[in-house]
Design a protein around this ligand. Structure first.
Ligand SMILES: C[S@@+](CC[C@H](N)C(=O)[O-])C[C@H]1O[C@@H](n2cnc3c(N)ncnc32)[C@H](O)[C@@H]1O
Length: 320
């Protein structure tokens, strides 16, 4: 499968790409005290600024920012104000609301949290390995829907290679994220050694190339793994996901739903269900539960779900 990365391109920054929901209602004037930076702060940032940002990122990406995130928002966006020569957050938000599309992309990229790791929540990959081994009779498709910097889709690709004992298994992986910076890193497939040093020596030898000279201290994933993956930008909030080709054998949607409220989660799950094969699996993060969407997905245990309307249901026991 060819790889396409929607970098900061018109498709990424276009209104249809970024403005999945109508822009949030512009907030009222900055609160008193929001215009003068406190002595320890370089830029003026008050509660009203935070409220405006909270509404904007919710409207764009579905991310619900708790009030405790004010310092995080300040530190992540301060460098944008510096780069743009602004001194007040209210000016920056006005600038965003005027519709600078490239800045919208930077804004969203700055506010996402991208923590990930190879084989994070390892039991999911054991379950996937068993599932893939049962399905050897046709090409398989997996969607990794919050792929971050690529460790998760590469872990899926490694699992596929191990399931079929081949570097060219009949598996295609779509790796997507809203954040174009992390997608670019994922597509590159180069990681500091400390990101891979918990992998077994066998996996390191089989699936990575060790950097030498100027690349010392880095590991590059083998090109065969990259061939299995297509990286592209998808906002889970978008009403349609034309890049996703079903039917899918598995959807990995891990550690992203926690940033969304329940109605947003439900709307996404409703679009996942018809994309999955009847016997397809949905993998969630360790602290995510979809009990509120029991009409759509049934838990198999260990944060793995199957379609609630599965026709041949009952054949698969809870995951151990
Ligand atoms: C904490 S990381 C999880 C990465 C990986 N799934 C894992 O479990 O290790 C969450 C990812 O979700 C992405 N994300 C946040 N909002 C999103 C949205 N509306 N659509 C798609 N991806 C989103 C972020 O950019 C980030 O890379």
């Amino acid at each position: 499968m060819g790889r396409v990365l929607n970098k900061p391109l018109p498709g990424v920054t276009s209104p249809s790409g970024l403005r999945a929901r109508p822009p949030a209602t512009p907030a009222a004037q900055p609160a008193a005290g929001g215009t003068t930076p406190p002595p320890d702060r370089e830029f003026a940032f008050g509660p009203a600024d935070f409220e405006r940002i909270r509404k904007l990122i919710y409207a764009q990406a579905g991310i619900s920012l708790a009030p405790v995130k004010q310092d995080m928002v300040y530190s992540r966006l301060a460098r944008r104000l510096r780069a743009l020569g602004m001194s007040r957050f209210s000016d920056y938000i006005d600038h965003l609301e005027k519709g600078d599309e490239a800045e919208w992309e930077t804004f969203v990229n700055a506010l996402t949290t991208n923590l990930t790791a190879f084989f994070r929540e390892a039991h999911h990959f054991d379950i996937l390995l068993r599932t893939l081994r049962e399905r050897t009779h046709r090409p398989l498709r997996i969607w990794c829907s919050a792929a971050s910097t690529g460790e998760e889709p590469y872990s899926l690709a490694i699992t596929a290679c191990e399931a079929f004992d081949s570097l060219t298994p009949p598996v295609r992986i779509l790796a997507s994220d809203i954040d174009t910076n992390v997608l670019a890193k994922g597509e590159k497939g180069v990681y500091p050694m400390e990101r891979v040093d918990r992998l077994s020596p066998e996996r390191l030898r089989r699936f990575f190339l060790r950097g030498a000279g100027a690349q010392a201290g880095q590991a590059r994933v083998r090109p065969e793994l990259q061939q299995l993956i297509r990286f592209t930008r998808i906002n889970l909030l978008d009403p349609r996901w034309p890049a996703v080709e079903g039917p899918l054998d598995a959807i990995f949607c891990r550690n992203v739903m926690i940033y969304f409220d329940k109605p947003t989660q439900y709307a996404i799950l409703k679009k996942f269900a018809p994309l999955l094969r009847d016997d397809g699996l949905l993998f969630a993060g360790h602290s995510e539960s979809f009990l509120h969407a029991a009409d759509l997905f049934k838990s198999l245990g260990r944060t793995v779900y199957e379609r609630a309307d599965r026709v041949g249901g009952g054949g698969r026991g809870p995951h151990k």
